[in-house]
Write a protein that binds this ligand. Structure first.
Ligand SMILES: CC(C)(COP(=O)(O)OP(=O)(O)OC[C@H]1O[C@@H](n2cnc3c(N)ncnc32)[C@H](O)[C@@H]1OP(=O)(O)O)[C@@H](O)C(=O)NCCC(=O)NCCS
Length: 330
């Protein structure tokens, strides 16, 4: 299909339903705090934002929201209809947004790519954008909770420590998702471990392991008593867990999680049952795990359902409140 026939125009009020539908279908509405209709209204009411549309035979095939804050230009909601990706429409709409901002005298265009959408970085690089070594910081002014967790900025984090003293009867769970495989990662490389840790832990502010140097991290993950297991779905890593028997007869489920794009398929209970099965085979006296108020709200009830009992609670500062924080994302 030729893109010559595709027309560039500005958003009109009648477009709302089609635009919102496009953003949903492109996976841009994953944060429940983002309300597409409010975002459109707010952008247009402000007077320094606009929404560009590419239309092909009365069908909206691409969008971009752009604006400037008096210093930099920004672009949001870049989306190309799924059946029309790879035809140059993404390049065309981003170039159109650049032209508008250039004409308004804006010297630099910036954009944010959600941590779980790293695939799109390649697209922007192809268009001449570069990844900047900058920390993105944010604070909600509407009192809404932070993405992912149920924690507000000023609250301390509560860690709940849980234990299990007897081997539970574990359910035999089979994930509904096809083509999955669970494998122990023997002698896992530090780079692959760092990837897993970030891909799983980023929405939940996992930072402890990011503070370690490569040799410090290698010493832990290559210890004989530490085992890392990776869950693959369709050949792609979808989650992992790490078992730590260095303090036997206590054995800890040190890390456990599913990557954001694989949450919601029932993989959590499956992975937990597999982790517990392996841990009890090592014959510990106690199996330990901890979870905090930054974690997925379902984590604590899931651990309790499998037989863990809380034995301690502690308040700790949130990662962003500590001097050595290594948050490179929000
Ligand atoms: C990202 C998106 C807008 C790209 O649109 P598109 O129409 O498929 O991209 P184009 O066809 O215009 O591609 C432009 C160039 O980028 C390249 N490219 C596209 N996606 C790429 C990727 N994931 N990695 C590397 N290069 C990529 C193309 O090969 C093309 O290169 P060329 O012009 O040198 O041949 C589209 O995939 C999309 O809507 N994704 C879902 C929503 C989204 O993630 N939006 C971004 C939010 S930050």
């Amino acid at each position: 299909m030729s893109i010559v026939a595709v027309k560039l125009r500005n958003y009109q009020p009648d477009d709302e339903a089609a635009v919102v539908e496009l953003w949903h279908s492109c996976g841009l509405m994953q944060n429940p705090l983002n309300d597409a209709r409010k975002d459109i209204a707010f952008c247009l009411a402000g007077g320094h934002g606009e929404i560009l549309i590419l239309e092909d035979e009365d069908k909206i095939v691409a969008t971009a929201m752009l604006g400037q804050d008096g210093h930099r230009g920004w672009i949001y909601y870049v989306a190309v209809a799924s059946g029309r990706q790879g035809e140059g429409l993404g390049r065309r709409i981003v170039t159109a947004a650049e032209d508008r901002l250039k004409a308004a005298g804006v010297p630099k265009l910036q954009l944010l790519v959600r941590g779980s959408n790293t695939r799109v970085v390649g697209f922007y690089q192809r268009l001449g954008y570069q990844v900047e070594p900058a920390a993105t910081m944010s604070r909600r002014l509407d009192g809404a909770p932070l993405p992912g967790g149920h924690q507000t900025n000023d609250e301390t984090v509560i860690v709940t420590y849980l234990e299990m003293r007897d081997r539970p009867s574990l359910p035999h769970l089979v994930p509904k998702i096809p083509r999955h495989a669970l494998m122990r990662a023997h002698d896992i490389s530090v780079a692959f471990y760092r990837y897993l840790y970030d891909a799983v832990g980023r929405p939940w502010y996992w930072t402890d392991r990011k503070k370690l140097s490569d040799p410090e991290l290698a010493e832990i993950i290559h210890a004989d008593a530490v085992e890392v297991y990776v869950l693959y779905v369709g050949g792609i890593p979808a989650g992992f867990y790490e078992l730590d028997a260095r303090d036997m007869p206590d054995m800890e489920l040190a890390y456990f999680g599913i990557m954001p794009e694989f949450i919601g398929h029932g993989l959590g209970p499956y992975l937990l049952s597999q982790a517990l099965e392996t841990m009890w085979q090592r014959d510990p006296e106690r199996v330990l795990v901890n979870t905090c108020t930054l974690d997925h709200p379902k984590a604590l009830p899931m651990y309790q359902r499998f037989g863990f009992r809380p034995y301690d609670r502690q308040e700790i500062p949130a990662p962003w409140q500590t001097a050595d924080n290594v948050l490179d994302f929000v």
